[in-house]
Design a protein around this ligand. Structure first.
Ligand code: PEP
Ligand code: MN
Length: 337
């Protein structure tokens, strides 16, 4: 970290400034020249608060050299993280497809979807039991019954399952049988939940918040990792922009940004970004070509009658065709499918 002091800073203020860091165990290197008073702060500055430093009299500018997300950062962990989900390897050169309906609706629906997406090559089954809906009057998911049905589909197909958690109190239920716990976009900054998920040994798929910057997203991952759970998969699901034609704007560049900044695997959700099934194949191919480690995609056996997100759900046949195309592209971009 580099601190530039104000031209007008008094000697007393400079001494106080230096004391602030030395008392916290940092080394302060004076790099002042004739015109500027500049200090280098040496040590793990990820725990320092810029706001607090700005409140010290005499401080003009604070520049971070080290990223504030130490555990999620590639600097101290250059090798890509590979997460094993019941034998399915996520990250490090694989392209994993997670597929299934937006929400679990009944036994036949989830089991039929599971069987079909598995036949087409999906490795993990998705299905929401608890649904975060904008309207309190919209279908909220089958909740605990949905979780049980998802477990039945897992038992029948032997596919690992992923489903979204809403709050901390649900953790014990989720830990039992869910293989990846999803933190939805709306909960990306639910810091209590993130901290609690940091204490368990279970992979977490962390969606990017609706208007979160990449740094805020990585800091959310850091919350989980700081607690000891380093099995975090990031998922870009489109962000809010001025565009209304698509449900959200898929930030493909986020894949490349995450790859530059972090060792964590990064997924794309082509369903919640485009919001239309017609866009899912194209966005999925773009995700693979840009280097994503996988996708999480909505597939429904009867989208016209889906209780949630039918408009963006692929029919199993279309999903199968998309999988064939992805398998053709994968070797070109050196990904294993
Ligand atoms: C979902 O995947 O079902 C979902 C609600 O996604 P998001 O949190 O990205 O809106
Ligand atoms: Mn959905």
């Amino acid at each position: 970290m580099i601190i530039r002091a104000k031209q007008s800073a008094t000697e007393k203020e400079i001494n106080k400034l230096i004391d602030y860091f030395t008392s916290k165990g940092y080394q302060v290197k004076d790099a002042s020249g004739e015109t500027f008073k500049v200090f280098g702060i040496i040590g793990d500055t990820s725990k320092l608060s810029e706001e607090e430093i700005y409140s010290i009299p005499g401080v003009d500018e604070v520049t971070r050299i080290q990223v504030p997300y130490k555990k999620a950062s590639k600097i101290f962990h250059p090798e890509p993280t590979i997460i094993d989900v019941n034998g399915v390897k996520i990250g490090g050169g694989t392209f994993t497809v997670i597929a299934g309906p937006c929400s679990v609706e009944n036994h036949d629906q989830i089991c039929e979807c599971a069987r079909l997406v598995k036949e087409s090559g999906a490795k993990i089954l998705r299905g929401g039991a608890f649904k975060p809906r904008t309207s309190p009057y919209a279908f909220q998911g089958l909740e605990m019954e949905g979780l049980r049905l998802l477990e039945e589909a897992k038992a029948e197909t032997k596919m690992p399952i992923i489903t979204e958690i809403m709050s901390e109190d649900m953790i014990p239920e989720f830990v039992k049988n869910v293989d990846i716990i999803q933190v939805g976009a709306r909960n990306m900054q639910n810091f209590h939940l993130l901290k609690a998920l940091g204490k368990i040994d279970k992979p977490i798929l962390l969606k990017r918040g609706l208007s979160a910057t990449i740094e805020e997203w990585l800091m959310a991952a850091e919350y989980i990792m700081a607690g000891g759970n380093e099995k975090v998969i990031l998922c870009e699901r489109g962000i809010r922009t001025f565009e209304k034609y698509t449900r959200n704007t898929l930030d493909i560049s986020a894949i490349l940004a995450v790859k530059e900044l972090s060792h964590l695997p990064v997924f794309i959700d082509p369903s919640h970004s485009g919001g239309r099934w017609t866009m899912v194949e194209g966005l999925s191919m773009a995700a693979l070509a840009a280097g994503a480690d996988g996708i999480i995609v909505e597939v429904h056996n009867d989208p016209e009658h889906a209780l949630c997100d039918g408009a963006q759900s692929l029919k199993p046949k279309k999903f199968d065709r998309m999988m064939q195309k992805l398998r053709q592209i994968a070797p070109i971009v050196e990904k294993e499918m």
